[in-house]
Design a protein around this ligand. Sequence first.
Ligand code: SAH
Length: 214
Amino acid sequence: MTDTTKHQGQRRQLIKLLEKKGIQDKGVLSAMGSVPRHWFMDAGLEGYAYQDRAYPITANQTISQPYTVAFQTQLLELQKVNRVLEIGTGSGYQTAVLLAFEGVKVYTIERQQELFKKTTLLFKKLKLRPKKVIFGDGYKGYPEKAPFDAIIVTAAAPEVPKTLLEQLAIGGRLVIPVGNKDQIMTRYTRIGDKEFDRRTFGNFRFVPLLKDKN
Ligand code: SAH
């Protein structure tokens, strides 16, 4: 897929806007500057890829707003050799941003089969290599590969799932929007076996994290 000079110019503008909005982490700005968001948009919407807005994707879901992607990624405080779990693969854009960090290993879970299939194919086409794309329920996390250094939830959780807290390594960070209609961006850092530091970072609006039918 192509990434033209025009796209690159639009992306630079978007990065400038993110900086203006308070994103300071150089790693985040450089990761987002390197990922062509138009590759992850639904057909017909590519022209809007560098607007700082969320857009509809398959199965009534959304590709997150770039500012939100930057904000959550910044809160993860990623380091080389980190093992990261993403809940809500969706379009794959956030996954690609995580993969742009050197040495970071990414596991990502999607609950809707249609999106899971579509985005798995897209990753192949783009030669993007998450460690594993999992079709399953994010509420359960991914115990097979726990503990994780960072867990990012990209859909709204009415409350923080205990399972995800349990799958954090000591020092690990869980970044999750908590709430119903509006959500509060929340970061839990595991500081001991049963001890977590909790901090909040303002309001956001996400599509809901769906409960499994089984
Ligand atoms: N990171 C995505 C955001 C997509 S929106 C992006 O940048 O495009 C949230 C995604 O979470 C949707 O794809 C939705 O299907 C998925 N989702 C909702 N509930 C889930 C659950 N319980 N487990 C895993 N994924 C879930």
